[in-house]
Design a protein. Structure first.
Ligand code: B1M
Length: 630
């Protein structure tokens, strides 16, 4: 048993198979070998992960070893007399390609003895119900990592209610944006913050369920259908309005009577450039990543925004104008390179594109020609036009491209690449060589053709919850250091990085001589390493200009309370930042921003609630706090 557990902890799939076979040969009960051997090993690694002693690659290879052993043992589990394993349907909901957390939940549920039906990522909502019916499931487990997809969970629960199946299964939901309140509001049975507590809950929950045949009987289903019909009828139907478009029209109508009245003594470009150098400014620059949402002013679909250079430039133009931004950060989606390498990308009309079909073989990766017809070429041309438009408004343009590791994980699949870092590091490095070459070509073309004011690189895998510093430095860290940062230098451009992680490896900022860094702060992860502006300005502020801190999720709420909340939050942030700058002998090196994209379906007046407030109150605060210090 110890050998089996150790094989899992070590991520040694061959040893797990060998010992599983040995257990069978020596007459050990197969079920005991799974639970007291393989599963115990998986629990050890998962505890190490929770304590920050292990990282995602180790969890992934441990799960491969566990499944390898289980493949040998499971056919020998004695069914007679033994209880049938409980059935759990799992998936990341439609529209959401994040699947690392879901895969961890799946692994621990399998380790706990559940029969797991995995619908994968971006799973159509009806599939949760269909799979539950087909397998007479005990539990449905849904993950969502985005505020834009979490509402899908409620739809699944409503479908279960409509079909009279709600009482036949327990429903658990989870993922970063999911709260207990949300779970209760949508009628889920539970939410948990991590994979191990989700598994503990599931083990208890199945104990309280009546027998399968009773729950899934026609009679129970008919009764439940009647019961929930009333509940569903009482629900207020969701209004089918395009909130982005409605609020965009409102913002455009009010623009002339509001924005020209803001007192400013600098142009947007002057302000942004001065802040970059910590020089005197009339107020702090403002630039939430209101990227996809700016398409509502044009209007155009998300697909047009991300694949049509002209439309993209128009969105940048209207975004800068109506949101009153000092720079536009040109985030479209993170699968531009993946599409050019041949990965299958899904382009929903109204949402961010996602890489779905990944490539099989690292060896077959071929660096595409950067020519007309490729997505990267369109991105460069879009940024060329967008830069002209930004300059016509006296603002700056910050183009954005995927870093080599984001590109590789989008091409090959994130969980696979992360596991391969441990088992096949050379193959990953070779893959990175190819994506780095393409990224370099795009950088050169951006600098030579598009000539944006800044070029921002997405390096979200520096996330300290996912990769250790060594693992990161061995992979993308190495190419950032040796190839990407020097290329910025060659073109005499500042290194600008975007990272939407909870806890990046902050010490790397020095290594690539990063001049601007867009970050996200997660207050609930502060004890694990997520850092706020106080820490960042104090420790790295002299070398690096930070942009971030505002939660993008806040912009979803444009109710009067929501708007008030945004304004209070922005005011506090401006005051706090200015005082911190002053305490550190600085005056302007910070941009009020979001560090991650404002959801592309968000209302536009929630964005202006922040940007207009900065324009209105910023100058007086700047005078009061900074000038006083001088
Ligand atoms: Co994106 N992304 N991403 N991303 N990404 C987030 C989620 C984001 C929070 C970043 C941010 O704002 N700071 C943000 C969402 C914001 C919002 O809610 N509106 C975001 C965004 C905006 C996007 C894009 C839209 C970016 C763009 O293109 N403009 C795009 C979306 C594409 C799409 O889905 N349609 C996108 C794309 C990607 C990549 C593909 C590049 C990549 C995912 C690769 C993959 O999973 N295959 C990615 C990544 C890696 C992230 C971050 C950095 C990390 C997520 C992760 O894997 N964490 C993330 C920022 C963050 O969360 N810090 C971010 C590690 C993992 C172990 O944790 O999944 O949380 P997690 O799982 C935890 C718990 O949540 C829990 O258990 C696990 C640990 O034990 N848990 C459950 C999970 N499911 C559970 C179920 C349960 C119980 C517990 O019961 C059922």
């Amino acid at each position: 048993m110890k050998g089996l557990a150790d094989a899992v902890v070590e991520g040694d799939d061959e040893l797990a198979e060998e010992l599983a076979q040995k257990a069978l040969d020596e007459g050990v009960d197969a079920y005991d070998a799974i639970i007291h051997g393989l599963s115990r090993g998986m629990l050890i690694v998962s505890e190490q992960y929770e304590k920050g002693e292990a990282y995602v690659p180790q969890l992934l290879i441990a799960s491969t070893a566990m499944y390898a052993g289980m493949d040998i043992l499971t056919p020998h589990v004695k069914v007679e007399g033994a209880e049938k394993p409980a059935v759990l349907v799992i998936g990341s909901v439609e529209g959401d390609v994040h699947d690392i957390g879901k895969n961890l939940v799946k692994t621990l549920m399998s380790a706990a003895g559940f029969k797991v039906i995995d619908l994968g990522a971006d799973a159509p909502l009806e599939q949760f119900v269909e799979a539950a019916k087909e397998n007479k499931a005990d539990i449905i487990s849904m993950s969502s990592l985005m505020t834009t997809t979490m509402t899908g969970m409620e739809e699944v629960i409503e479908m279960l209610q409509e079909e009279g199946l709600r009482d036949a299964v327990k429903v658990i939901v989870g993922g970063a944006p999911i709260s207990e309140d949300f779970a209760e509001k949508i009628g889920a049975d539970a939410m948990r913050h991590d994979a191990s507590s989700a598994t503990e809950w599931a083990l208890e929950a199945v104990k309280t369920l009546p027998p399968t045949e009773e729950r899934w009987s026609d009679q129970q289903i008919a009764l439940a259908r009647t019961k929930y019909r009333k509940i569903l009828a009482a629900k207020v139907p969701k209004a089918a309005v395009d909130i982005g478009r409605v609020t965009a029209e409102k913002v455009m109508k009010e623009f002339d009577s509001v924005v020209p009245k803001f007192v400013s003594t600098m142009t947007k470009a002057e302000r942004f450039t001065a802040a970059f150098q910590d020089k005197n400014v009339d107020r702090l620059p403002i630039a939430p990543l209101a990227c996809g949402v700016s398409r509502k002013f044009v209007p155009c679909t998300y697909k047009d925004y991300s694949t049509n250079a002209q439309k993209y430039a128009e969105c940048v133009h209207t975004g800068i104008k109506y949101f009153n931004l000092d720079t536009f950060v040109g985030l479209t989606d993170l699968c531009v390179d993946a599409a050019d390498f041949g990965a299958d990308v899904r382009y929903p009309e109204e949402d961010t594109p996602a890489a779905k079909g990944h490539l099989e073989d690292y060896e077959k990766l071929e660096v595409p020609d950067l020519k007309e017809g490729t997505r990267a070429y369109n991105l460069v041309m879009g940024n060329k036009l967008a830069t002209e438009k930004a300059h016509s408004l006296n603002a700056t343009m910050t183009a954005l491209i995927e870093g080599p590791m984001v590109a590789l994980t989008q091409i090959m699949g994130a969980s696979r690449v992360l596991a391969d870092i441990k088992t096949n590091p050379d193959v990953v490095k070779k893959g990175l060589e190819k994506t780095t070459e393409y990224v370099e070509n795009i950088m050169k073309m951006m600098f030579e053709e598009a000539q944006p004011d800044n070029l921002c690189m997405v390096t979200l895998w520096t996330n300290n919850f996912i990769l250790s510093a060594d693992e990161y430095l061995m992979t993308e860290g190495a190419v950032m250091q040796n190839r990407i940062a020097p290329l910025y230098k060659k073109y005499n451009k500042p290194v600008v990085i975007h990272n939407c992680s909870d806890a990046p490896h902050w010490d790397l900022i020095h290594k690539w001589d990063t001049k601007a860094y867009s970050y996200t702060y997660y207050p609930h992860e502060a004890d694990k390493g997520s850092r706020d502006y106080r820490y960042l300005i104090t420790n790295h502020g002299k070398e690096t200009m930070f942009m971030g801190q505002t939660s993008p999720i806040m912009f979803l709420d444009n109710s009067p309370e929501g708007i008030k909340n945004i304004q209070e939050n922005t005011m506090q942030l401006m005051e706090g930042v200015l005082n911190t700058l002053k305490d550190n002998g600085m005056q302007s090196k910070y941009v009020i921003s979001t560090g991650c994209e404002v959801p592309p379906g968000a209302p536009c007046d929630s964005v202006t609630a922040e940007t207009y407030l900065v324009a209105e109150k910023g100058p007086e605060l700047q005078k009061r706090i900074i000038r006083q210090c001088a």
